[in-house]
Ligand binder design. Structure first.
Ligand code: ATP
Ligand code: MG
Length: 258
């Protein structure tokens, strides 16, 4: 199983939208995908139609070691896509873990021997706290959604520092899979400038695919559906299919084939 953390401590940059729709696009290619909702907001769970009363076993129990991955995983309406949902309880996990020796490895200890999945995506909360560190320790690589706005790059160095720290202390194999530009608005000239700037600063780690600002992407979660199912022909869905393709191309081929 290849595990990818979707992280950026900035709020509202498209982490959850990317997690849901990328997971759906990957599942559509026939891969067995697990999405771990690691945000106490539980937006990925809601966006995939997992109601509150279907969240008895969540990423909270998983992290504190009260239940196994198998126990906390449930199928979604999307064929091939399962989820470990989250509730606000998860915010308590940071406090409960804080005095444990393996607090940063809690998620990794639970998912590293998972069977039955080809890919695992982790939707991180908008912070660089213990939850995001757990995602980075469990992951092989990080995907960073970056919103096409004036301050896009602000805060990125902090995220990269955290990645570096996790790499030296816990997870020497951790790599940056790529940066995905989100909410691109072609009618706004500033976004073009931002995208050019980001590409000139970060170079080829930026995915060619750009996720457009698209109202269907923002409507879909209120129906409990990925945009790819809510409206598979909208520009947002098409972009996430392209991003999935690009992502697969960046993965070590032998791992995908396995
Ligand atoms: P948080 O940091 O709070 O977890 P996030 O980084 O996960 O936020 P999202 O929840 O994916 O960000 O997106 C923030 C808001 O922007 C949501 O209302 C979402 O529906 C909307 N949104 C995300 N991507 C797009 C897009 N490409 N076009 C239009 N709306 C979008
Ligand atoms: Mg989110």
């Amino acid at each position: 199983m290849i595990t990818i953390a979707i992280a950026n401590q900035k709020g509202g940059v498209g982490k959850t939208t990317t997690a849901i729709n990328l997971a759906t696009a990957l599942a559509a290619t026939g891969l067995r995908v697990l999405l771990v909702d690691l945000d106490p907001q539980g937006n990925a769970s809601t966006g995939l139609g997992v109601s509150r009363d279907q969240r008895d076993w969540t990423s909270y129990e998983l992290l504190i070691g009260e239940a196994s991955l198998h126990h906390c995983t449930r199928e979604t309406g999307v064929p091939g896509l399962s989820i470990v949902p989250a509730t606000v309880d998860l915010s308590g996990a940071e406090i409960e873990l804080v005095n444990r020796d393996r607090r940063s490895n809690a998620l990794r200890d639970q998912v590293e021997n998972a069977t039955g999945f080809d890919m695992c995506l982790i939707d991180c909360p908008p912070s660089l706290g213990l939850l995001t560190v757990n995602a980075l320790v469990a992951a092989a690589s990080v995907l960073v959604p970056l919103q096409c706005e004036f301050f896009a790059l602000e805060g990125l160095s902090q995220l990269l520092q955290t990645v570096e720290r996790v790499r030296t202390r816990f997870n020497g194999d951790l790599s940056i899979l790529g940066v995905a530009l989100t909410m691109y608005d072609r009618r706004n000239r500033l976004t073009d400038q931002v995208s050019d700037d980001v590409r000139s600063v970060l170079g080829p780690i930026v995915f060619d695919t750009v996720i457009p600002r698209n109202v269907r992407l923002s409507e879909a979660p209120s129906h409990g559906l990925p945009a790819l199912i809510y409206d598979h022909r909208c520009a947002g869905s098409a972009a996430y299919i392209d991003l999935a393709r690009e992502l697969i191309d960046r993965l070590p081929t032998e791992e995908i084939a396995a």
